[in-house]
Design a protein around this ligand. Structure first.
Ligand code: SF4
Length: 312
């Protein structure tokens, strides 16, 4: 069946009254309440740019807010006045914001850029601002990320985010047939391009699977329900995926070397490999796993009872 022709860009339907509306501090707007430290003495102009967060939530929750762990979202709400962050932790966010501003200024034809969209779901207004929609039916989101993060590949939150954005556009009668993550790789090194699977340039694209509209609507409805309950203090613990949990691994190392010769997911595999090497020169070193988000990327970890449990 032929797709309907998209309306002209300016005809896009934006939910009345939501442009610029700040619904409060819950789920994504908590950063506005953050108290910043600057313990490393970062140059004040840069520090102030990190502190100067212009984000304002439209409606009740954003698409990215829905993706966040409900427990984290609740704790950010409950402890909004107590959250502190050092400006040095905001550097990657600042870089990502700067790239988005520059890209938004690029003049390209037949696109909608940073168009704020909303839909009503389960009594909440859900908002999203996709980076780019291009005629006839492409949705593109920019990421500034590490090579490591990109090569890990399995990024369910990227697939969720783009499919939720696609649902917002489709609800506003814009077709979406293709999803693209366009990633700028911030730590790419030319000297490593000879390695297997290492990207040849500091840019990569991936194309997340496009869901049927019904699947995206169901996902949105479920996440709205989960976050509505979380707002009342009823939330599930963060899953291993949400904690960015990395299991223990075992490295076979040449004695005195800084890098592992091989890394294994089980001690048996590591010792089997070790048995086949010149044993005297090599050793097996256990590298403890960690919950990366809890340790380094969760602003409410000090209020989180689950973190205490997983640390024990
Ligand atoms: S500290 Fe970990 S478990 Fe607790 S809210 Fe943050 S991410 Fe979730």
């Amino acid at each position: 069946m032929p797709l309907p022709a998209p309306p002209m860009a300016r005809e896009i339907l934006v939910h009345p009254g939501v442009r610029g509306y700040d619904a409060g501090r819950y789920l994504g707007a908590g950063a506005a309440m953050t108290t910043y430290t600057n313990v490393h003495g970062v140059e004040e102009a840069i520090a102030e740019a990190v502190r100067h967060d212009t984000y304002r939530l439209r409606g009740d929750v954003s698409v990215t807010g829905l993706i966040r762990p409900p427990q984290m979202a609740y704790l950010e709400y409950a402890h909004a006045d107590e959250i502190t962050e050092d400006v040095s932790d905001g550097m990657w966010r600042l870089l990502g914001s700067a790239v988005h501003v520059v890209l938004d200024q690029a003049k390209v034809s037949n696109v909608l850029q940073e168009e704020p969209l909303t839909v009503e779901i389960g009594g909440w207004t859900v908002s999203g601002t996709p980076d780019l929609w291009r005629e006839p039916a492409s949705l593109i989101d920019y990421k500034v990320t590490s090579v490591w993060s990109f090569l890990l590949g399995d990024k369910p939150e990227w697939e969720q985010q783009l499919n939720a954005y696609a649902a917002l556009y489709r609800e506003h009668h814009f077709p979406v047939e293709k999803l693209t993550i366009a990633a700028i790789l911030r730590d790419w090194q030319k000297s490593r391009t000879h390695e297997d699977n290492y990207p040849p340039i500091p840019f990569m694209e991936v194309h997340p699977r496009l869901w049927a509209l019904e699947q995206a609507e169901e996902w949105l409805s479920q996440r709205v329900r989960i976050h509505q309950l979380a707002r009342q203090g009823d939330y599930p613990p963060c899953t291993a995926g949400e904690r960015w949990a990395r299991p223990d691994v075992w490295a076979v190392m040449k004695k005195g070397a800084k890098r592992a010769t091989r890394v294994f997911e089980t001690s048996k595999a590591a010792y089997d490999y070790h048995a086949c090497t010149a044993k005297g020169e090599y050793e097996v070193v256990q590298r403890p796993g960690k919950n990366v988000r809890c340790e380094d990327w969760c602003s409410v970890s000090r209020f989180c009872e689950q973190k205490e449990e997983v640390d024990d």
